[in-house]
Design a protein around this ligand. Structure first.
Ligand SMILES: Cc1ncc(C[n+]2csc(CCOP(=O)(O)OP(=O)(O)O)c2C)c(N)n1
Length: 350
């Protein structure tokens, strides 16, 4: 499904796509509804994917981002088709928000024909170059240096596009974080680094292994401009991403967005997160991006039935998609030898 276009007249009245003023007091309702829809689509997609694990439909691991939906939705609302995206092991939300076909993604999770990567990659390797999505990545922080490289290519080609690179708080403890940010700032490359700080690195509390004041300070130490925001507040993410993308496109160099959020479930779709303090989880989950957005819609006098209709539509879409994907055929075994880099080695049986 394509990302919906915004109403042209409305966009014109607001001075251009994404250039919204005074969002807090006077939010653009159609835009807010669209954010709500996209967040619910992500949540419904992942809820169906988690159910599909129990149905033995998912051969590999999945890492749901339920609870973190405002970050990809608010950021990707400012990306055009020719802007690029680098994602992580927890990448469904980023990929959907960039406009990927949800059924192709579900087929990919199930290893079926018609999957984003012809069923050969699974959740952690989804890529869709047709929408500028250069890849999820199962190697923590490895996408950061790839993003710097992609942005360098854009700059050398004289393109006025940005690369959005999402990663977790745990990734900021790895070497590629240093390498990627250093390179991006040295050459003033068009990268928006988005740290989704959900406080956890798999089963370890990130604060237990983080020296210094945290990810934003690390980015600032390289000279990057940046901000720390409540990543569960869709308006805050929308506003911060708007400013960051505008600054990058005006030649301001790389930008760092530190988004404080929370992973509602465990590390993977089957992890019960028993290592987590129940009181911490309960408090954090009260700041739910979807519920907060629904509240904003209510405040703007959107009826309960309209709000529910958006939710029901997203749920129905993803149920249908899961059902279709579960009936999709398996790929022809021979395609395993296609799309591989060193075909000579494969053919020689090495
Ligand atoms: C280089 C590397 N080390 C370890 C792992 C195992 N691993 C997978 S996800 C993860 C935690 C990553 O935490 P964070 O970057 O905060 O992302 P989050 O899972 O919270 O989205 C770890 C340690 C890995 N995939 N790659």
């Amino acid at each position: 499904m394509q990302k919906p276009e915004y109403d042209a007249e409305l966009v014109h009245a607001l001075g251009g796509a994404g250039l919204l003023t005074d969002q807090k007091n006077n939010p653009d309702i159609e835009r807010l509804k669209d954010h709500y829809r996209q967040m619910l689509r992500i949540r419904a997609f992942e809820s169906e994917a988690v159910r599909a694990i129990a149905d033995a439909l998912v051969p590999g691991f999945i890492h749901p981002s339920i609870g973190q939906e405002a970050v990809p939705v608010g950021v990707c609302a400012h990306l055009g088709r020719d802007d690029l995206l680098l994602s992580t092991h927890r990448g469904h939300g980023h990929t959907l928000a960039k406009g990927a076909d949800a059924e192709a993604m579900m087929r990919e999770l199930f290893g079926r024909e018609g999957g984003t990567c012809r069923g050969k990659g699974g959740s952690m390797h989804i890529a869709d170059f047709s929408i500028g999505m250069l890849g999820a990545n199962g190697v923590v922080a490895a996408n950061i240096t790839i993003a710097a490289g992609a942005a360098h290519a854009l700059k050398l080609r004289g393109k006025n596009n940005v690369v959005a690179c999402f990663f977790g708080d745990g990734a900021t403890n790895r070497g590629p974080f240093l390498e990627g940010l250093n390179w991006a700032k040295t050459f003033d490359l068009p990268v928006l680094f988005v740290c989704e700080d959900n406080q956890w690195s798999a089963t370890t509390k990130t604060s237990a292994m983080l020296a210094g004041p945290g990810p934003l300070a690390r980015a600032q130490s390289f000279g990057l401009a940046g901000t720390s925001i409540n990543g569960n507040d869709i308006l805050a993410v929308d506003e911060a991403a708007k400013n960051a993308v505008a600054s990058i496109k005006n030649g301001g160099g790389p930008h760092f967005l530190h988004c404080r959020t929370y992973r509602h479930g465990g590390h993977t779709g089957t992890d019960p997160a028993a290592y987590r303090d129940a009181a911490e989880a309960e408090t954090a989950m009260r700041d739910d991006p979807v519920a907060t957005c629904a509240q904003l819609l209510r405040k703007a006098d959107i009826s309960e039935s309209s709000i529910r209709a958006i939710e029901e539509e997203a749920t129905a879409e993803m149920r249908r998609i899961k059902d279709n994907a579960s009936h999709a055929p398996w790929p022809d075994k021979r395609i395993v030898y296609e799309d591989v880099q060193d075909l000579g080695a494969v053919e020689a049986g090495r």
